[in-house]
Design a binder for this molecule. Structure first.
Ligand code: PXP
Length: 239
């Protein structure tokens, strides 16, 4: 069985930097470390309000990544224009609300068909693979196929929230996954996945890519804490 590829979302590194409007930690440096540790791709979300990832990050990452970039954007003219200029390997279209803490629901492709279809076409004409972030709903999968998407990223947020009593949500994802493959689309998943709940999702037949951010960044802060403090003690002792 081949395992899904791991895309690491590094937005939180930029969130930490923006908390002080300084230069560290640099998401570009974080991306290099993620790649060295085996990440198959790097995901960043360029939000319309630029609350974490900045335009500069996207440009520098495009030049420096050894793996591939999965750029998450809203399906707006501004964002599509930026993506067409940067040309990441893949764009994932996501819904965006200004006040939300993180992406709350999937893209409603049925309701926003015209706008999403226009964005998909423009991105594909620039040679970019287009994935749509949708709720695990077979009707949304079929609509995504109808407008020509290349891939589906199934929203695992409800599954993650229900964990460890997530059987109903898991079945929903499994059913939507079957429909995705039946429609000939590439199958991805993400949102809220952790070291504990990832396995049933990784085991779904045909799962090609998982995009995971928060849980990996949270662990990175903790496993790196001891060394970081020790190094500051050394720096003070050096005085
Ligand atoms: N996939 C998409 C489309 C997302 O918007 C996000 C969050 O930015 C993720 C995956 C990663 O979610 P998490 O940070 O909860 O792992």
């Amino acid at each position: 069985m081949s395992h899904p590829k791991l895309g690491v979302n590094i937005d939180h590194v930029a969130t930490l930097r923006q908390a002080r409007r300084t230069v560290e930690p640099d998401p570009v440096a974080a991306a290099v470390l993620c790649e060295l540790a085996g990440a198959d791709s790097i995901t960043v979300h360029l939000r319309e309000d630029r609350r974490h990832i900045q335009d500069r990050d996207v440009l520098v990452l495009k030049q420096s990544l050894r793996t591939t970039m999965n750029l998450e954007i809203a399906a707006t003219d501004e964002m599509v224009a930026i993506a067409c200029e940067v040309r990441p390997a893949q764009v994932c279209l996501v819904p965006e609300k200004r006040q939300e803490v993180t992406t709350e629901g999937g893209l409603d492709v049925i309701r926003n068909r015209a706008g999403v279809e226009k964005a998909v076409r423009a991105l594909q004409e620039a040679g970019i693979v287009v994935s749509l972030f949708i709720d695990p709903d077979p009707a949304q999968v079929r609509e995504s196929r109808a407008i020509g998407a290349d891939a589906i990223e199934l929203h695992t947020g409800a599954y993650a929230e229900a964990w460890p009593h997530a059987q109903t949500e898991l079945v929903r994802i499994q059913e939507a996954a079957k429909e995705t493959l039946a429609q000939g689309l590439r199958l991805h998943a993400g949102h809220g996945l952790t070291y504990w709940n990832v396995r049933p999702i990784a085991e779904i037949p045909g799962m090609a890519e998982l995009n995971i951010g928060h849980s990996v960044m949270a662990r990175a802060v903790l496993v790196g804490m001891e060394r970081a403090v020790r190094e500051m003690r050394e720096a003070i002792k050096g005085a």
